[in-house]
Design a protein around this ligand. Structure first.
Ligand code: IPM
Ligand code: MG
Length: 362
């Protein structure tokens, strides 16, 4: 099969983790006989430095012309404490999501037996937790207008907007996934306070009738934040608006043991994007210590979601599990004194993929 991808490494640790992800992608393509072509493009702070635009037109054109986008991370500390910066790296990510119509961000939360000891939660609470957070990605406060300041600069405002159509399409997607899983959807909102949340609830109450085989649960976001920690195994598919999903998925990564473990797939109208949920971790940039597993697992999602190649996705996932079982992991999840470098983890995983046969028919 032809695999034609755009590679957007971005800022901070982006380039080094993407390099490891590409090693896995190349190993899989070689093994399964796929014809891989890829092109790199600028995004984020790096793109601002070179072009003044965090999501240049050429980058967008490349994304549109590709079958999938493999994305690293963006963000740079020089912008974080500079509230008056006119252009920010994050705007590049938001522009990409909006222009590609990526309304659904799928963040699977699973645990790894060899990592259970790293979770701050008790093992019996975490062991076997397996849920999927579906975050709405192109609406809500991230994109609502007006946004800004009053003329005197002393008042600021953001606007949260959702339409029936935006809610309906993501909710239906959640039900579709729930049907393939344990048939439970948890709708997370703040309907006791927010008008947008009340519209979410109303729309879901209409749609849930079409899925009588799926259980629907409604939960306020504050309660959900607590339940994720207290009883993670009670969730199957969670669906929520943009900002709540952003916050709850960082929280959910704790269950896994490290923020460096969670991959994501963003899907919608045009080309899908695959990226780790963590940020650009500037303190670690260039040090070869960042955990590449969330990115490598995002490569597995790329094969599965963009190309429907499940064997290939599984090959990557199995290799990741094997690397953890072998203790070939970065310092955030290693046992005392036995940390591997970012590039060593990537090499080991690519080597494992090349050496092992996964397809039972071979
Ligand atoms: C994420 C990130 C982004 C977001 C930032 C970098 C804009 O935190 O993908 O979760 O808030 O969506
Ligand atoms: Mg986030």
């Amino acid at each position: 099969m032809k695999i034609n991808i755009a590679v957007l490494a971005g800022d901070g640790i982006g380039p080094e983790i993407i390099e490891q992800g590409m090693k896995a992608i190349k190993a899989v393509c070689k093994k399964y006989g796929h014809d891989l072509t890829y092109k790199e493009a600028l995004v984020g702070a790096t793109a601002i430095d070179r072009t003044g635009n965090p999501y240049p037109d050429e980058t967008h054109a490349l994304c549109m012309a590709s079958d999938a986008v493999f994305f690293g991370a963006i963000g740079h500390p020089k912008y974080d404490n500079n509230p008056s910066a006119k252009v920010r790296p994050e705007q590049g990510l938001l522009a990409m999501r909006k222009k590609l119509g990526l309304y659904a961000n799928i963040r699977p939360v699973t645990t790894f037996p060899s990592l259970i000891h790293k979770s701050p939660l008790r093992p019996e609470l975490v062991d076997g937790a397996d849920f999927m957070c579906i975050r709405e990605l192109t609406g809500g406060m991230y994109f609502g207008r007006p946004q800004g300041r009053s003329e005197d600069g002393d008042t600021a405002y953001d606007t949260c907007i959702y339409t029936r159509e935006e809610i309906g399409r993501i909710v239906r997607l959640a039900y579709t996934y729930a049907r393939k899983r344990r048939k439970k959807v948890t709708v997370v909102d703040k309907a006791n306070v927010l008008a947008t949340s009340r519209l979410w609830r109303q729309v879901v109450q209409e749609i849930e009738k079409e899925y009588p085989d799926v259980e629907t649960e409604y939960m306020f976001v504050d309660n959900a934040a607590m339940r994720i920690i207290q009883w993670p195994k009670s969730f199957d598919v969670m669906v929520t608006e943009n900002m709540f999903g952003d916050i709850l998925t960082d929280e959910a990564s704790v269950i896994t043991g490290s923020l460096g473990m969670l991959p994501s797939a963003s899907i919608g109208i045009h080309t899908s994007v695959f990226e780790p949920i963590h940020g650009s971790y500037p303190q670690a940039a260039g040090k070869n210590i960042a955990n590449p597993l969330a990115t490598i697992l995002s490569a597995a999602l790329l094969f599965e979601y963009a190309f429907n190649l499940t064997e290939e996705g599984k090959a990557i996932r199995d290799a990741v599990t094997a690397s953890m079982n072998a203790g070939i992991v970065t310092e955030d999840i290693s046992q005392e004194g036995k940390a591997s470098k970012t590039s060593e983890v990537g090499d080991w995983i690519a080597g494992y993929i090349s050496r092992n046969f996964f397809n039972s028919s071979i």
